[in-house]
Write a protein that binds this ligand. Sequence first.
Ligand code: ADP
Ligand code: MG
Length: 304
Amino acid sequence: MLHVKNLSFSYKTQTILSNISFSAKPGEHLSIIGESGSGKSTLLKLLYGYYDLPHGEIHWKDTEILGPKFNLVIGYDFMKYVAQEFDLMPFTSVAENIGDFLSNFYPEEKQKRINELLQVVELEDFANTKVKTLSGGQKQRVAIARAIAKQPEILLLDEPFSHIDNFKKQSLRRNLFKYLKDNKITCIVATHDKDDVLSFSDQMMVLHHAKIMAQDTPQNLFKNPQNKLIASFFGEYNIIENYGVVYAHQLKLHKNGTLEAIVKQSYFKGTYYLIEADLNGKTVFFEHNDMLEKNTLVNLTINT
Ligand code: ADP
Ligand code: MG
């Protein structure tokens, strides 16, 4: 169990985190979301023992996580951390990077494990490629494979797919999170991408103004976003009088709809169009199957 109790932290005078408490069970996936600069990376670094804690406590099971003042070497064997800026050995191959922490005592086992890890991050074809020649996204995948090589109990991921292109991202994300679940590895992931969260996190936590603004399952926070910040994480939304937060997909064209709006712009989104319209002088967004001509008068209704 990860236990964080009353954690506060500042860089010099700027308070980054104030009185943060939460916990995560073994095997659980927790995501940390929040605007850029809200302290997500700082929180992960504190969980890893990268800084000394001025206030509060962090425990993983019976071990207290302590900073550099108490540890000659930062980090613990049961925990791995993949930073936003990953740290690899550029002049050796992908396979050597991934196998770096594995014992050489059983070479066959080691090779099997490297192959398994190459599969998880879909880098089988690059086993013998020198890391320095890889793209940013490929390096990020090597860093992830390195981090899980020795089966940590808890894995901290900072924006793990931010450098990875859309062609690869979807399958890699499914692969990795399934691997972690199957192996009961607790995972704390800082992200600004809802696709990292919705299908994969058991809980999500929203950081704002140094505090936990909300913490719940992705399902509950999606269905009932308490404010604009949370809604905006999930998608286009509107604030409509007497209703509050209404997602674009909840606002629909309906002949008896009581909200009368004038179409301003249609944006092609693949499976639908996002329509920008004017509702009593305010801009609203709704989803529609077809493009709508500018200045069309539409009646809208809210599906909750
Ligand atoms: P996030 O990951 O949510 O974008 P960070 O944890 O990186 O946020 O940063 C939180 C705040 O702390 C930002 O205002 C950032 O500028 C500041 N900050 C981050 N790292 C340092 C540091 N090493 N020294 C001083 N300030 C820092
Ligand atoms: Mg960050």
